[in-house]
Design a protein around this ligand. Sequence first.
Ligand code: SF4
Length: 370
Amino acid sequence: MTGLYIHFPFCKQKCRYCDFVSFAGKLSEGERYVSTLLTEMEAYRGAAIDTVYLGGGTPTALAPELLLKVLSRVASSFSLAENAEVTVEANPGTVTKETFVMLKEAGVNRVSLGVQSFVDSELSLLGRIHTKQEAYEAVSAIRSAGIGNLSIDLMFSIPGQTRKTLLDSLSCAVALNPEHLSCYSLILCEGTPMYEANERGELTLPDEDEDRERYALVTKVLEEKGYGRYEISNYAKEGYFARHNTKYWTREPYIGLGVAAHSFYKNRRYENPASLVDYYEQVESGKLPAGEAVSREDAMSEFLFLGLRQTKAGVRRSEFFKCFSVNLDEIYGETIKKLVKLKLLIDDGEKICLTDRGIDVSNAVFCEFI
Ligand code: SF4
């Protein structure tokens, strides 16, 4: 079945490291934006959907009524599976108890909460709009609304973060008993205030080895607490893998609505414009982006470099054959042997998976399959 991603490109304030497509100070655009989303939805009317993901930006920066309007139109426009996973990304600085009660009533059954750190000085350095206390209050509001599937986002390799403060954040997160955690290394992208501050020598960032040590520490702590790493940056209790995100790694189709949203639908990949004006124009013209059909060769590469992100499941030979009617080793046998020899891949005969070392240099491994 198909997944549905809806992008909400609004935030109360821009975090100092953020290079996502999100705009601060444009919340007044909310009504027009939502009405454009509803129009865009018409192009896909009737599609069978089993995951819905409201991401951003900060969906919860908009008035909850606007989100409800979108969710209600999703329910009437698509053939929505009864057990659909419906996720909303939330920022602790933009929510109240009522927010989650309303979202739950509208069918939301999973929240992805952007906490990043449970240390106030780190939150303030990152330019987050919330405190540790507000993160606690948001979790309590999510649980009291009866939402039983919670994911918490955390970040490591934050300037000034020590092993101790990282461990503190991990233990605060685990104590809240979320079903899922996403943990990312802070990457400074050109053009962001933190990147500029780093260029001016104002930040102390961990070097690559320290960053990998932190990552190993995160994985060790979470695995000890019962959160299996199932994707490079994602950890979950048994049965709580993110169903929507798994579609990206297994090449299942998804429709992306909203500014800068990507789609992989009917074997074509395409993306919407990243500016609001261009997006409005595109939807008003009634056209979808042309995009490109994915060739068989590219589909095989994608199958490998996306599938290998799944650290436990890896890439199964039988699945590859099912998709392409050719043996995996006929196409990639030499590359696989080379990477196994370099101890970057494990090959158990049925499937191939990244080793821990392979995960650390995963981009270089993926390039071998392109
Ligand atoms: S809340 Fe997320 S999308 Fe918004 S500015 Fe911060 S990092 Fe970017």
